[in-house]
Design a protein around this ligand. Structure first.
Ligand code: SF4
Ligand code: SF4
Length: 245
């Protein structure tokens, strides 16, 4: 995935589309937009950063998972999944992930009432929202989240896996491909997001990364994300604690 920060307006349409598509629990944001200040007064700027799971090439979440519930599926283009039938909710993966993109079942929503109580879940589900995506695949952490497990972005595997084989890029403007585009990419109003095959040198995403000098966030951690950022805001500074006085 490629995200162009020069185009992103921080509108959070991607965040909403993701929550709708994946029935994420109230309080969870598999695809969040993080806001932060850059610079100092009087020239400080408010900036933002869309942040899905990076589906890292060398994911620290996978390395620490004691039950192998978290795994990288090379047959699915290297997407990192959580198998809900194996996850014991120990949260090691949440600590190990440098990007803060994983969520445990009991995240507290910011807004009251807690919709989990308004639409109480059945059969181990954490909630039963009025709309429920029919795609369910516990081995890949897709569906209504059950109790006691961790969840995260799946790159909308239930959509992208249905795309015709060999397609280099999932372009929402192509009527043949629209349905297979991840919800966040398809919804983005200024078209700041792109989804394609990083292993294909001819893919549009690879050309964008090459032409616009795409960067990977927190690359020094060695996780090697499969999400690249473009644009003048893409040199995202790592958090550094203020010096002690
Ligand atoms: S961003 Fe975090 S959760 Fe996603 S693959 Fe990388 S380490 Fe794992
Ligand atoms: S919380 Fe689940 S996925 Fe995460 S490390 Fe523990 S068992 Fe693995």
């Amino acid at each position: 995935m490629v995200i162009d920060l020069d185009k992103c307006t921080g509108c959070q349409a991607c965040t909403t589309a993701c929550a709708m598509e994946n029935n994420t629990l109230p309080g969870e944001s598999w695809q969040d937009v993080l806001y932060y200040h850059a610079g100092e007064y009087p020239s400080a700027q408010l900036k933002w950063l869309p942040r899905p799971c990076m589906h890292c090439e060398s994911p620290s979440c996978v390395h620490v998972c004691p039950t192998r519930a978290t795994y990288k599926d090379m047959d699915a283009g290297g997407i990192v999944f959580v198998d809900w039938s194996k996850c014991i909710g120990c949260k090691y993966c949440m600590i190990a992930c440098p990007y803060g993109v994983r969520f445990y079942t009991d995240e507290r929503p910011l807004l009251e009432p807690d919709l989990k109580q308004v639409f109480p879940g059945q059969d181990g589900q954490q909630w039963s929202p009025p709309y429920q995506n029919p795609n369910v695949d516990w081995r890949r952490g897709i569906g209504i989240q059950p109790k006691g497990v961790v969840s995260k972005c799946t790159f909308c595997h239930h959509k992208v896996s249905q795309a015709p084989e060999g397609v280099a890029d999932l372009d929402e403007d192509d009527p043949q491909l629209t349905e297979y585009v991840p919800a966040c990419v398809r919804t983005c109003p200024p078209k700041a997001r792109f989804f394609g095959d990083l292993d294909n040198p001819e893919s549009h995403v690879n050309k964008l990364i090459g032409n616009k000098k795409g960067v990977r966030m927190l690359d020094h951690t060695g996780n090697r994300p499969q999400v690249y950022y473009l644009g003048s805001g893409a040199g995202i500074p790592a958090f550094r604690p203020a010096p002690k006085s």
